[in-house]
Design a protein around this ligand. Structure first.
Ligand code: NAD
Length: 255
């Protein structure tokens, strides 16, 4: 099993891409701490699902933008599973408004969760990993929008662009400790985040026309890349962004 005996935290691990990562890492032998925010039922159901196939998992509620709650998440993981080897910074939100009308509170909320949350979880997890002296893995679920513009979604793009430079910089700082840090950058993934878009046939077709493979990604396809990056096979990979977008970023616009 590629992640046997490893302990992983997945933030926002109860929904969409996070849920798929949680399941794939558990199937690969890792013990999972599922961070959730809000309703506890989906996280508890996921723990049960993992235990049913013989895996190990627990759930803990923490807002990734709150330092005290992130401290508790890491402390609880160490108490429950005896250490921490893998952090997946998956929690994220978006809310679209034209830049000229974007309310300041929405801008700060998106930055707090998508960028400050990655900062906080990475710092607190890395402090634990350094103490353990056995290396570690930090994987951020970023987006093609760490590089690609998206009008009406400026705070989201700013947060993911920030995650890219945060990842590169801390990867260099953490390398002497054997901790690798990488970004996974999906294009369009079939999750609750994009559910509204799928309801609108015109917008959905317009989105598919932007994707050379002409479909959204399945969450599991993102999860499998994360399992690889968390495994020993990826020991030499750090400070990099992995685009997984069906070719979206290279679309020539010639059709
Ligand atoms: P989702 O809405 O299904 O999942 C987001 C998760 O984040 C939920 O579990 C939610 O509870 C959690 N969350 C929100 N605020 C939180 C907070 N303050 N503290 C802790 N958890 C919090 O959406 P998803 O599509 O699975 O998104 C997961 C990640 O993937 C996000 O970072 C998103 O930016 C990124 N992403 C998604 C897509 C896509 O097309 N769906 C594409 C590229 C990147």
């Amino acid at each position: 099993m590629r992640l046997a005996d490893k302990v992983a935290i997945v933030t926002g691990g109860d929904s969409g891409i996070g849920q798929a990562i949680t399941l794939e890492m558990a199937r690969a032998g890792a013990r999972l701490m599922i961070d959730y925010f809000g309703d506890e039922a989906p996280a508890n159901a996921l723990v049960e699902q993992i235990e049913n196939f013989g895996g190990k998992a627990a759930a803990f509620s923490a807002d990734v933008s709150k330092p005290d709650e992130v401290d508790s998440l890491v402390a609880q993981t160490v108490k429950h599973f005896g250490g921490l080897d893998i952090l997946v910074n998956n929690a994220g939100i978006e809310q679209k408004h034209p830049f000229l009308e974007m309310p300041f509170e929405i801008y700060t909320k998106i930055i707090d969760i998508n960028l400050t949350g990655v900062w906080l979880c990475s710092q607190r997890a890395a402090q634990q990993m350094v103490k353990q002296k056995r290396g570690g893995r930090i994987i951020n679920i970023s987006s093609v929008h760490e590089d690609l513009t998206m009008p009406t979604n400026a705070p989201y793009c700013a947060s993911k662009g920030g995650v890219r430079m945060l990842m590169r910089t801390i990867a260099v700082e953490l390398a002497p400790h054997g901790i690798t840090v990488n970004d996974v950058c999906p294009g369009a993934v079939d999750t609750p985040m994009d559910a509204a878009l799928k309801q609108d046939e015109t917008k959905y077709e317009a989105l598919l026309s932007e994707i050379p493979l002409h479909r959204m990604a399945k969450p599991q396809e993102i999860a499998e890349l994360c399992v690889f990056l968390a495994s020993e096979a990826a020991a030499y990979i750090t400070a990099s962004s992995y685009v997984i977008d069906g070719g979206m970023m290279q679309k020539s616009g010639s059709l």
